[in-house]
Design a protein around this ligand. Sequence first.
Ligand code: ATP
Length: 440
Amino acid sequence: MTDQNLMEKIVALCKRRGFIFPGSEIYGGMANSWDYGPLGVELKNNIKLAWWKRFVHLREDIVGLDAALIMNPKVWEASGHIANFQDPLVECKKCNGRFRADHIKEGVCPNCGEKGSFTGEQMFNLMFKTFIGPAEESANIAYFRPETAQAMFVDFKNVLDTSRKRLPFGIAQIGKAFRNEITPGNFIFRTREFEQMEIEYFIVPPKQDADWQGPFELWRKEILSWIKDDLGVDINKVHEHEIESTERAHYSKKTIDFEYEFPFGVSELYGLAYRTDFDLKNHEKSSGKDLKYRDPETNEECIPHVIEPTWGVDRSVLVILVDAYSEREGKVILKLKPKLAPYKAAVFPLLGNKPELTRLARKIYLDLKSDLMIAWDDRGNIGGRYASQDEIGTPFCITVDFQSLEDKKVTVRDRDSGKQERIGIDELKKYLKEKINGKN
Ligand code: ATP
């Protein structure tokens, strides 16, 4: 399978089975916008839940936040986004296509193939502008946030005062961000509207480099462990790329991009940056409000420094799909980690037209469904139903047959090995939960 082929197959599978649809399709679509369908929203929610559990619920030093998307425009002046959040844009003189200069390979126009025929670079700000209220005047300009991070700085004092956390501590947020990307593309990899999961981790101002390098290293390991253990993605396809000082974002003193071997090339999955005290210092200056942390024991005041790990939700979905996609005898198997799979199991009566089988199967289905996402299917032959569930990554299929009426056991079939086991109906929920929460 070529890489191009793989992407096409994934996009087709997503459409066919209701993971991801082209946005506004009945109106001819809307370039590079995508809608998450019934299965896609489950997969995406499972990723977000796993992240929130790992980094907020299971930790004592991180609290959550869910802030407004549109903030006071002064936020973006202070953060440097209005002045600096820009990419270099070039235009092809032949086809007038516009591209991000750093995405052009060997001077060739990605649209018409013309070589070396671009205008000079022009900086293009990626912020999405809008107007607040009925008058479209410059005084009413506002911006959709290009990152979730700034709210964690703007709300820093409120969170600190109400949660009474001590340094080091973090604020976590999951939410939409908007960027007027010059060259969106590669399915959900780069879109203009996407979701982020971010943590601003506040530390005591470092006296020496080791004081920030320590927590930076801990977060580096956390990101790798999340990819391997929570997403179940092949860590050998992940590469760390330290960004040169000239290429780093305006606020960062060190940045590592975590890149993955996507079918369209090695590209950024997540990021980790040491943002110093850049943001809090600027917000304190611009707002005129005291944003200092006061140590409860020594009463000493400081502006904390920040380590920022950042995860794209949509890129998480994509990396999981790419990594989990496999084929067995020409049929698709999506080897999703059970915890992330949209359905944890599917229940089938062996035959769809036998009321005694359907009755027992419905009872099992409804009982499991009160705790887990469970699919139901009573159409066609069992082989076809297995194949249909394999394609959407359902890890277990449960078949109720005539013997089940006698021995109160069902056949549980494992997606990846194809192995079948007879399990007592009474033990089924416990069995599934152990399998789902286990290490597989
Ligand atoms: P890139 O270099 O790919 O443009 P970036 O370095 O600008 O990305 P960050 O500002 O570090 O990205 O954003 C944090 C995370 O948000 C990224 O690691 C990525 O997972 C996600 N992300 C950024 N831009 C987009 C986008 N346009 N579409 C989807 N996800 C995105």
